[in-house]
Design a protein. Structure first.
Length: 222
């Protein structure tokens, strides 16, 4: 699928969500952070708002569920029509069963990992997964600084994906900006979640283009 830029609406103006999503129509997908104030210390939006977003944009919707009990709640997001539904490795009680249910409902499956969570437990389960999401900040809030120590983990995720023989994307989320995206791409990420780097720019479309160009490598931004 190549390089994909997925702006996070966590940094958008929630009182004007439809027009804020229109600002990123040149992106590859809309990244929606669902937080329940239990798994992470923040509360954002839930299924009714995600359902509305899906009906209001032609872009694929990528749902990142930072919630407890995804086994119960995640299938609803797939059923609503999200292209990708990511649950957290730390929260799922039966990740294989959940992954299969998400796929049965027509969505791609992502598994997210906090900065300190090892990828190892999922290496033998990659046939069930489409996306490995490496968090490069502690999940819960936008605008945080990139954790440099997570770069080797991105590289390990790409190595696992390559060894598996399956077509697995490596997504990176947290502090992704013009200053950090190249090292993430070099380490093997191919999907980049950027919130404030896009939404704080005067021209969101130009910010998306710049991030895509930087991620694609030196030949694309000489």
């Amino acid at each position: 699928m190549g390089i994909q830029i997925a702006p996070s609406i966590l940094s958008a103006d929630f009182t004007n969500l439809e027009s804020e999503i229109a600002r990123i129509d040149g992106a590859d997908m809309v990244h929606v952070d669902v937080m329940d104030n239990h798994f992470v210390p923040n509360l954002t939006i839930g299924l009714p708002v995600v359902d509305a977003i899906i009906t209001k944009t032609s872009l694929p919707v990528d749902c990142h569920l930072m919630i407890e009990d995804p086994d119960r709640w995640a299938p609803g997001y797939a059923d609503a029509g999200a292209q990708n539904v990511t649950f957290h490795a730390e929260a799922a009680a039966a990740p294989v069963r959940l992954a299969r249910e998400i796929r049965r409902l027509g969505s791609r499956v992502g598994v997210g990992f906090r900065p300190a969570t090892s990828l190892d437990a999922f290496e033998d389960l990659l046939a069930e997964i489409d996306t490995l999401l490496v968090m490069t900040v502690e999940p819960g809030f936008g605008g945080q600084s990139f954790i440099q120590g997570c770069v080797p983990k991105i590289r390990r995720a790409r190595g696992m994906a390559a060894r598996s023989g399956f077509d697995i994307q490596v997504q990176v989320d947290g502090g992704v900006s013009a200053e950090t995206i190249e090292q993430c791409a070099e380490a093997g990420a191919d999907v980049f979640v950027a919130g404030s780097a896009v939404y704080s720019a005067d021209d969101a479309a130009s910010a998306i283009d710049e991030l895509r160009s930087l991620a694609a490598g030196p030949a694309h931004h000489l």
